[in-house]
Design a protein around this ligand. Structure first.
Ligand code: ATP
Length: 225
């Protein structure tokens, strides 16, 4: 099995205001090209888990592997490199820089990685915009485009460093059903054509039912997957 992500017995406690065991023995793997959704009631620990998987939160016990490499125990500088290289993120709110153009927003994570020239990054960014059918918006300010378009730009930005895994926290939560369907179809296309793995937290049952696998969480545990 070619796993792009694996967790072994991840546990997390919030210590304030009092000890709360929020994640309990979370062990699972995501295969290359797999499209997985995470569902569960509000408060079941989905966002807390995603934050750990995204390497942003290091306060947990257990082990996290990305692309077969052990992530747990690495320092912040190493984590930031790994994050930029292997993982893309899409959130409910797109967090675009509104005074920047669409193209500039998409280029930003590649600029941070500082491995390619400005011209190369611009070329790749335009390719991503074409893939998402929004290349005509490249020079438009991010504040001047629609909600559905903004989410496409956020997806293009998440893909700029060619990640192996795209993670999303409610990426369709703020969209109407037509735009939510569009985003699902883009994800499916990325899985099928680019062999990308996707791990998406969602409350949308229709969306989750169309993915390859649903990980169901309850009270900090995985109850089915
Ligand atoms: N910083 C924190 N300190 C203490 N408790 C927290 C903290 N962050 C979250 N929690 C608690 O941990 C539990 C899990 O929260 P989390 O946000 O992971 O749930 P969720 O499943 O993503 O919920 P939702 O679907 O509403 O986004 C909740 O009971 C929440 O109140």
């Amino acid at each position: 099995m070619d796993l792009v992500l694996e967790t072994k017995k991840i546990n997390k406690h919030f210590l304030k205001p009092k000890d709360f065991h929020v994640l309990k023995d979370i062990s699972f793997g995501i295969e290359k090209g797999e499209f997985t959704s995470i569902m569960g009631k509000s408060g079941s620990g989905k966002s807390t888990l995603l934050y750990i998987l995204s390497t942003m939160d290091t306060e947990y016990t257990g082990e996290l592997y990305l692309n077969n490499g052990l992530i747990t125990g690495k320092n912040q500088k190493e984590l930031s490199q790994i994050r930029n290289k292997y993982v893309g993120f899409v959130f409910q709110f797109h967090y675009l820089l509104s005074e920047f153009t669409v193209l500039e927003n998409v280029m930003l994570p590649a600029k941070k990685l500082a491995e390619k020239s400005h011209q190369e990054i611009e070329y790749i960014a335009m390719e991503k915009l074409k893939m998402l059918d929004i290349e005509k918006l490249a020079l438009q300010r991010a504040s001047r485009i629609s909600g559905g378009e903004k989410q496409r730009v956020a997806i293009a930005r998440a893909l700029i460093n060619n990640p192996v895994l795209l993670m999303g926290d409610e990426p369709t939560g703020n969209l109407d059903s037509r735009n939510a369907d569009n985003v699902f179809n883009i994800f499916k296309q990325l899985k099928e054509e680019e062999d990308l793995s996707l791990l998406i937290v969602t409350h949308d049952e229709d969306f989750a039912n169309k993915t390859d696998r649903i990980i169901q969480m309850e009270d900090g545990r995985i109850i089915s997957s």
